[in-house]
Design a protein around this ligand. Structure first.
Ligand code: PLP
Length: 380
């Protein structure tokens, strides 16, 4: 099990900021930092020059995030009609999207076409056949399955064709009158070593070259997916060490004339969001001091269940005297526990608990269980 990172204490500026935000907006809160989001976007642009970035909206589907990234020049990865609606509400052209869900109903395809999407992903012939009626208006990518040994969230079992089957699928597509414009992959989310991307880029590049030999219409897109990791332990990520091998693999293996794109979700948004919750009540049960917060795993901390994340926590009080405690969420369910067996200084009702790196797959998977309205979202 991942070790929980806890920071005790805060600078006076941090304390003032958190207290002021709660005074103005109440608790619980999810605070989006415009500056941090742009910093993540610009770092990724620098680390992967020439790679077009399509923000994976599913990570945190929220208008202000879309607006900030839109102004910064990002494109968008969509996987449902609802995500397309979010873009349309901001008059963002569907031409700046890629529809990445490999399995979809015709109604979803039509909604995406109405929204202006022109690039779609499939991973088998039955799904390709669904796109045939629209083939004059769209480009199709084939999703190939690769698994990162270090990934926290495996996506290779549910989606993607095997690398060995690509050429046959390209031939079948061609026999049906459809053109495969490129390949896509996703090595899994929170893939902590660059090796998975490097190997997938090398293999896809070989396949693109092999396909060119049998296909008069060569491929021109390679989508290297998301999966880029963030640090959940208060340590700065070594971007240079992580991205250099990926950058070099693109340079070394990807054939000329191929447009490389990526679909980052977590890397862009995780560090840009901070959760602020407060103690609603407490109880001593056996050896444990329980603190009940106004946010939990049915709310912003839902990623602890669905995303296997272990968010770093900050307690503003840095008193050295601590006791073994449990931080629980506000619902009536006993699974709603954020952290167990952690050392905490004495907390009082109203004290704040801060969750860091809370942007990816948090709000996105939160529920209204117990009819709780959940954290308010603000942008600073
Ligand atoms: C197709 C696709 N693209 C992009 C992403 C974003 O991945 P990440 O958040 O790891 O960057 C996901 C995540 O599930 C995905 O399924």
């Amino acid at each position: 099990m991942t070790q929980r990172a806890i920071r005790y204490g805060a600078t006076e500026d941090e304390k003032a900021l958190y207290l002021d935000l709660v005074k103005k907006h109440g608790s619980p809160l999810l605070v989006i930092s415009r500056e941090k989001l742009l910093q993540q976007y610009n770092t990724l642009k620098q680390q992967l020059p020439g790679v077009a970035l399509y923000y994976a909206i599913k990570a945190f589907p929220y208008p202000a995030i879309i607006e900030i990234l839109d102004k910064a020049g990002a494109c968008f990865d969509v996987a449902s009609a609802g995500e397309i609606d979010l873009l349309q509400a901001q008059h963002i052209s569907g031409r700046r999207t890629i529809h990445t869900h490999p399995i979809k109903k015709d109604a979803e395809i039509r909604a995406a076409l109405r929204g202006g999407s022109t690039t779609f992903v499939v991973d088998n012939i039955d799904e390709l056949k669904k796109l045939l009626p629209y083939r004059q208006r769209i480009g199709v990518l084939l999703r190939v399955s690769f698994r990162s040994e270090t990934t926290q969230i495996d996506l290779s079992r549910k989606f993607g064709c095997s690398p060995d089957s690509v050429i046959e699928l390209v031939e079948q597509a061609s026999a049906l009158g459809a053109h495969i414009r490129g390949l896509s992959f996703h090595v899994g989310s929170q893939s902590t070593l660059p090796k998975a991307h490097v190997e997938a880029i090398e293999r896809c590049s070989q396949i693109i070259n092999d396909a060119a030999a049998i296909n008069p219409n060569p491929m021109d897109i390679l989508d290297i997916g998301g999966g880029f990791p963030v640090s959940y332990n208060f340590e700065d990520m070594d971007n240079e060490a992580y991205f250099t091998p990926i950058r070099e693999a693109i340079k070394q293996y990807v054939p000329d004339g191929i447009r490389v794109i990526a679909e980052p979700g977590r890397y862009l948004i995780a560090p840009a969001v901070t959760a602020i919750s407060s103690v609603s009540g407490k109880a001593k049960r056996g050896d444990y001091q329980w603190y009940y917060l106004d946010d939990g795993v049915y709310g912003s901390y839902s990623g602890q269940i669905f995303d296997h994340a272990c968010y770093p926590l900050q307690i503003l009080n840095d008193e050295a005297q601590r006791e073994v405690a449990i931080l629980a969420g506000p619902t009536c369910d006993s699974i709603d526990i954020i952290a167990e067996d952690i050392e905490l200084p004495k907390l009082e009702e109203g004290d704040l608990v801060i969750g860091h790196m809370m942007g990816a797959y948090t709000y996105a998977t939160s529920t209204q269980f117990n009819s709780l309205s959940g954290a308010s979202i603000i942008v600073i």
